[in-house]
Design a protein around this ligand. Structure first.
Ligand SMILES: NC(=O)C1=CN([C@@H]2O[C@H](COP(=O)(O)OP(=O)(O)OC[C@H]3O[C@@H](n4cnc5c(N)ncnc54)[C@H](OP(=O)(O)O)[C@@H]3O)[C@@H](O)[C@H]2O)C=CC1
Ligand SMILES: O=C(O)[C@@H]1CCC=N1
Length: 270
């Protein structure tokens, strides 16, 4: 890709995206510029990824065609104040935080800037990301296609209307955390029953991945796939009954709702 890619902030999410695009062969490590606050992160990222990283936000903002703001939501305002005069008219600014709206970015910049609001997830690190994007009116089709190419280099990407963006963290940005909790709980019980922990993680995570692949590749309804696992009087329906007694699906739906409500609250607050 012949675009200059810059990251303001290079923590969990920035590093996942950077590793994902390098592994995919989209860019060379030396073509990416990034910033972080601490010497610790700067030294770590230099050693681990070989990209150009410094604490020079203004320079990276000035020298990037695609500028990713990979910082926590509560530092967006301060960082935009710092870099806003360095961002040229042709630069596309990409946000990755829950609750940072396109309007909030316009207000923070104080002018019309090309902005894409996005929500990636950490499986981007291993090329299995799911990202959702929403451009403002100043982003051209070609620019959106370029940014999609970046996101698709480390997984799948979808474009939605901005009114749906608050529903997205629950579905893809945060949901890996919920799945890690499921995997951890399943493995803990396997260990309690005597299976070695490493084998338990392998068996559980392969099964979770396989189930997800079944949903994606067969196109069959998840309920139908669940039914196909349940032998009458067998082990699965015994487990399903216990999980339903404990409010399994409702607990997940409430978790998703809390996540969405928090995104809405963050969107209102900026
Ligand atoms: N983690 C996730 O699963 C996901 C996160 N997101 C979003 O991504 C964003 C980043 O999250 P995450 O990567 O987890 O957070 P991290 O804390 O891991 O990374 C934040 C990075 O920003 C740097 N930073 C902080 N202040 C500044 C500043 N003033 N100038 C330049 N860099 C700065 C930090 O530097 P230093 O390391 O030196 O402190 C760090 O490298 C958030 O908005 C989050 O909502 C979105 C989807 C998923
Ligand atoms: O917890 C958060 O707010 C961020 C957004 C999605 C995942 N992490």
């Amino acid at each position: 890709m012949n675009k200059r890619i810059g990251f303001i902030g290079c923590g969990q999410m920035g590093q996942a995206m950077i590793q994902g695009m390098i592994d995919a062969g989209l860019v060379e490590a030396s073509d990416i510029a990034a910033t972080a606050l601490s010497d610790e992160t700067i030294d770590f990222v230099t050693d681990e990824y070989g990209i150009n990283i410094s604490n020079e936000n203004k320079r990276v903002a000035r020298e990037s065609d695609l500028l990713f703001l990979a910082i926590k939501p509560y530092v967006y305002q301060g960082v935009v104040q710092e870099i806003k005069d360095e961002v040229s008219e042709g630069t596309v600014v990409i946000t990755i935080a829950a609750g940072i709206t396109l309007d909030a970015m316009k207000e923070a910049f104080g002018r019309n800037v090309k902005v894409i609001r996005s929500m990636p997830n950490t499986p981007s690190l291993v090329g299995a990301g799911m990202s959702v994007l929403c451009p403002n009116d100043f982003v051209t089709k070609e620019e959106l296609a370029e940014v999609m190419e970046v996101y698709e280099s480390f997984g799948e990407a979808e474009v939605v209307e901005e009114k749906l963006m608050d529903a997205v963290p629950a579905v893809s940005g945060s949901s890996p955390a919920f799945v890690y909790m499921l995997i951890e709980a399943m493995a803990d019980m396997a260990v309690q029953q005597g299976l070695p922990r490493e084998k338990a993680y392998k068996m559980v995570s392969q099964s979770v991945q396989g189930a997800a692949q079944m949903v994606k590749e067969t196109g069959r309804h998840p309920g139908e796939l669940k039914d196909a696992v349940c032998t009458p009087g067998g082990t699965t329906i015994a487990g399903v009954t216990k999980l339903e007694e404990a409010g399994f699906r409702n607990a997940i739906m409430q978790g998703m709702k809390a996540c969405t409500d928090q995104s809405k609250a963050l969107s209102k607050g900026n």
